[in-house]
Write a protein that binds this ligand. Structure first.
Ligand code: GUN
Ligand code: ZN
Length: 438
């Protein structure tokens, strides 16, 4: 059965990071996406696709903007219930809010409730793929992957490993981290749309032995990604210096353990030395920008323009619940604001590309998701570009598609998400968007 989703389409033809960003995408004002069997079959003008596929069922989204579903490249689903916790910086925030909540995830029932709530929230915001830390307890991984599988989502996750500087109920050991992670990889990695990510939390909570054990595991299971945190706050960097006096810098604590290479994802990466930047680029590692988290926890201003100019691989993420939103729209807005504070205005094309194709490239799956192109999986979002009176009145003045989109990036939320499709099946339906034709 074929169906045709009608709306404005925006399909990137090249990365907008270099050259004229506005010219990086093809815009079709009356466009359509043809979907069949969970896959995008065609993207093009609505009239031509309707004529070529008269039997296709039509879903008319009017002037809503059809895009690939958003991808969140770094999140902590177990922190869903403690998002927006007041008043602390990173280490105190972990100890006061995060660790007590994560302790509850040994209870499979709690983990299942939060996993379901998390995916309800991410999907409502148009995010169709997530890369999440779980907790140290394997039950949290089971709950995450089971819920993602139930919903047919392409999702990444891994057991967070910590063997020091955390409460007793949240620590494993070098050996059990290796054993549990390996068992979970063999159980979940490559099952349907699921992928495992080797996940040491960060150097302050892992011994050298644990980092080395996870480096060894990653070498054995190179098809998996690896994720951790790097240089988020100045105090944290100083703590790592105390804990690892032999290391050249923070990145070296991972590099020495075999945890640097293509497929390594480093969250935050704000306070980097020149050596770290050079090694990250040489290694082809990914840096994941988490702007709402960086402002909320007071971490600092990610150097997106400088890092992109030197050829780093960069992704964009919420970092919920250190991040203060489940929305990739809000995350794009925060990235814009952080870049402005560094003297750089990011074009909306760059923001949208990072949240879709950029993140797909970072995860090595841009042949599957993150683009509006034939052959890709039909994870899609329809954005109402007039979802509130404030947005509508500004969009009404727009001179081109980028000006029409920017108010939704800056002021939009889940009300802007008019439709969401997972592998071709619609999972969110709002009443007909305000901007749809009568
Ligand atoms: N560094 C180590 N763990 C965390 C976490 O859960 N959130 C954030 N923002 N930073 C971290
Ligand atoms: Zn994080």
């Amino acid at each position: 059965m074929q169906h045709l989703i009608l709306g404005q389409t925006l399909a990137f033809e090249r990365a907008p990071l270099a050259g004229d960003p506005a010219g990086a995408a093809r815009h079709e004002r009356q466009g359509a996406v043809l979907v069949e069997g969970g896959t995008i079959r065609a993207v093009g003008p609505a009239e031509a696709l309707r004529a070529a596929h008269p039997a296709a069922a039509v879903e008319d989204f009017g002037e809503a903007l059809l895009l690939p579903g958003f991808i969140d490249a770094h999140a902590h689903y177990p922190q869903t219930a403690i998002i927006a916790s007041w008043g602390k910086r990173l280490i105190d925030w972990l100890n006061l809010y995060t660790f007590p909540e994560e302790l509850r995830f040994g209870d499979s029932a709690h983990a299942a409730v939060i996993a379901a709530r998390y995916f309800d929230l991410t999907l409502a915001h148009g995010t169709t793929s997530t890369v999440s830390y779980c907790t140290v307890q394997p039950e949290s991984v089971e709950a995450y992957f089971a819920e993602a599988a139930r919903r047919g989502l392409r999702a990444w996750g891994g057991k967070t490993c910590m063997d020091r500087n955390a409460p007793a109920g949240l620590t494993d050991t070098a050996q059990s981290a290796y054993d549990d992670s390996k068992r979970l990889i063999d159980r979940w990695h490559g099952q349907g749309r699921l992928s495992y990510v080797v996940t040491p939390r960060f150097s302050p909570t892992s011994s050298r032995e644990q980092l080395a054990a996870l480096g060894a595991l990653w070498a054995e299971r190179r098809g998996c990604l690896m994720q951790t945190h790097l240089s988020e706050q100045v105090d944290e960097v100083a703590w790592v210096r105390d804990l690892f006096p032999e290391a050249r810098d923070y990145l070296d604590t991972y590099e020495a353990a075999g945890l640097l290479g293509p497929g390594a994802l480093f969250g935050h990466a704000i306070h980097l030395t020149g050596r770290e930047r050079a090694r990250l680029r040489e290694a082809g590692a990914g840096l994941v920008h988490c702007p709402t988290s960086n402002t909320f926890i007071g971490s600092g201003l990610f150097d997106l323009a400088g890092l992109a100019a030197e050829g780093q691989r960069i992704g964009l993420a919420t970092d919920t619940g250190g991040g203060s939103s489940f929305s990739m729209l809000r995350t794009m807005a925060a990235a814009y604001e952080v870049a402005q504070l560094r003297g750089m205005a990011l074009h909306p094309a760059v923001l949208l590309w990072l949240a879709t194709e950029g993140n797909a490239r970072l995860l090595g799956v841009d042949d599957r998701i993150g683009r509006l192109a034939p052959g890709l999986e039909a994870d899609l979002v329809a954005l109402d570009l007039a979802s509130t009176p404030a947005i509508a009145q500004r969009a009404d003045r727009a001179g081109d598609i980028w000006e029409a989109i920017f108010p939704t990036i800056m002021m939009g939320d889940d009300r802007a998400v008019a439709g969401v499709w997972v592998a071709g099946t619609r999972v969110k339906e709002k009443t007909r968007p305000a901007s749809a034709d009568p």
